[in-house]
Ligand binder design. Structure first.
Ligand code: ATP
Ligand code: MG
Length: 415
């Protein structure tokens, strides 16, 4: 992508009212645009990041038997009346005869009750990646708390609680893997309430800007949610607890039997007996993860994207472009990096490049923009570089002069 063509360009200053780091940096760098509190447009750069996170999530969901589908945003109000959540779900958007989906139990249960009849129809693991709607009163933390936000929600249905619990363990392991892949270190906490099961966990990213309070044991490093803390003592070992701030990026829990009762989700087992379906729900905040990544990975100059979710792998900066020789060289490198060459590893085949080809701005402006946007490798072609490339990792200070081949090797080996 040529930067001269990219919509939109960076902003010098964050708009007034942007309080959180993720909002300030994402807006300034041209990833998102705020329409109103908690509602954003994902601009081309931002959409690429969301897509990368979604793809990583998809790949892992598919590996544990998840089947992707897409349920509607508009839900029949009657379904929400049936579960009682029309009244109890405090952030629900209600219209005349529909509600805007904040979660999809009220759709998926009646849906499955039409198809699931026998034990042979189970287990079923269905998921979607979709915009959710919640009328959050405090939508001020950029992508961390949207009123419209992208979530992956997986629902699993089983012949017994044992089977569901075994699947739950698989999801837990996969969640840890997903967060690691997108660069986030997560802590697991027993979710607040914990009313109907031991199996109910939140995945938290510890960072000062988090809205959640968690407690970490000084002795055994157990992590406990605010709701479960008594006398500031660890539930596992009695050690002292330290209060920390964190962002909840995921939440997994078994679903109450009452949903199956209300929507008549039963099956006939091997012996011909009628049984109730056991289910679990596994949420992961895709857009919140994007915000959390920025909260964790930034410096005074801008964002520092982990390679797995960066909108592009290389930010190619062309300097002295009035010199035709340099211009030709920069164009050549831009093309060569993007070549789909099966000789290269999967990672370096057809590298994604953002090429700053502008001829009307200074080197200083181009470098500042590269730092703000935060692509993992900055590669300069200029009069000075001749037949080499000047490479700098966004996360490091030093620059190196390398050949194209060496650059490709660097990308292959980096993490
Ligand atoms: P919170 O306690 O932060 O309001 P929640 O517990 O109500 O969140 P869940 O219903 O568990 O959220 O939703 C699953 C996941 O969706 C959360 O773990 C979080 O990552 C994400 N999420 C929830 N609400 C929002 C929001 N308003 N904006 C962005 N992401 C959200
Ligand atoms: Mg939650």
């Amino acid at each position: 992508m040529k930067y001269s063509l990219l919509f939109p360009k960076t902003l010098k200053k964050a708009p007034s009212g942007a309080e959180s780091i993720n909002q300030q940096l994402l807006v300034r760098a041209g990833f998102i645009h705020q329409e109103m509190a908690g509602v954003y447009t994902y601009l081309p750069l931002g959409w690429r990041v969301l897509d990368k996170i979604s793809d990583i999530v998809r790949e892992e969901m598919d590996k544990i038997g998840g089947q992707e589908m897409l349920m509607p945003v508009l839900h029949p109000k009657a379904n929400w009346a049936k579960t009682g959540r029309l009244k109890s779900f405090d952030v629900l958007y209600k219209l005349e005869d529909v509600v805007l989906g904040p979660s999809h139990e009220e759709i998926i249960y009646p849906l499955l009750s039409e198809y699931v009849k026998s034990y042979k129809d189970l287990p079923l693991c269905l998921y979607q990646i979709q915009m959710k709607f919640r009328n959050e009163p405090r939508a001020k933390a950029g992508l961390l708390r949207g009123r419209e936000f992208l979530m992956k929600d997986l629902y699993s249905f089983h012949v017994s609680d044992e089977d569901r619990d075994a699947y739950y363990e698989k999801v837990r392991a996969v969640y840890i893997k997903i967060f690691k892949k997108i660069g986030l270190d997560v802590l697991k906490t027993k979710a607040g309430g914990g009313t109907f099961s031991d199996l109910s966990e939140e995945f938290q990213v510890m960072t000062p800007s988090g809205e959640d309070t968690i407690f970490v044991c000084e002795k055994c490093s157990s992590v406990i949610n605010k709701e479960l803390v008594q006398d500031k003592k660890c539930l596992e070992c009695g050690g002292g607890l330290q209060e920390k701030r964190a962002i909840e990026v995921g939440n997994i829990f078994p679903l109450k039997r009452s949903y199956a009762e209300v929507f008549n989700l039963y099956f006939t087992d091997k012996n011909g007996e009628k049984k109730i379906v056991s289910a679990g729900c596994y949420g992961l905040g895709i857009s919140r993860c994007m915000g959390a990544i920025v909260e964790v990975f930034h410096d005074g100059q801008g964002i520092i994207w982990p390679e797995s979710v960066a909108p592009f792998q290389i930010h190619l900066v062309g300097l002295d472009l009035e010199d035709k020789k340099v211009m030709d060289e920069a164009e050549k490198i831009y093309k060569l990096l993007q070549v789909e060459d099966p000789e290269r590893s999967r990672r370096t085949e057809g590298i994604e490049v953002l090429y700053d080809d502008r001829s009307d701005v200074s080197a200083g402006v181009k470098f500042a923009d590269a730092d703000l946007i935060g692509i993992p490798f900055r590669v300069v072609v200029s009069k000075k570089t001749q037949d080499k490339l000047e490479v700098k990792k966004r996360s490091e200070k030093e620059t190196k002069f390398v050949s194209l081949k060496e650059l490709i090797k660097m990308i292959e080996l980096s993490d």
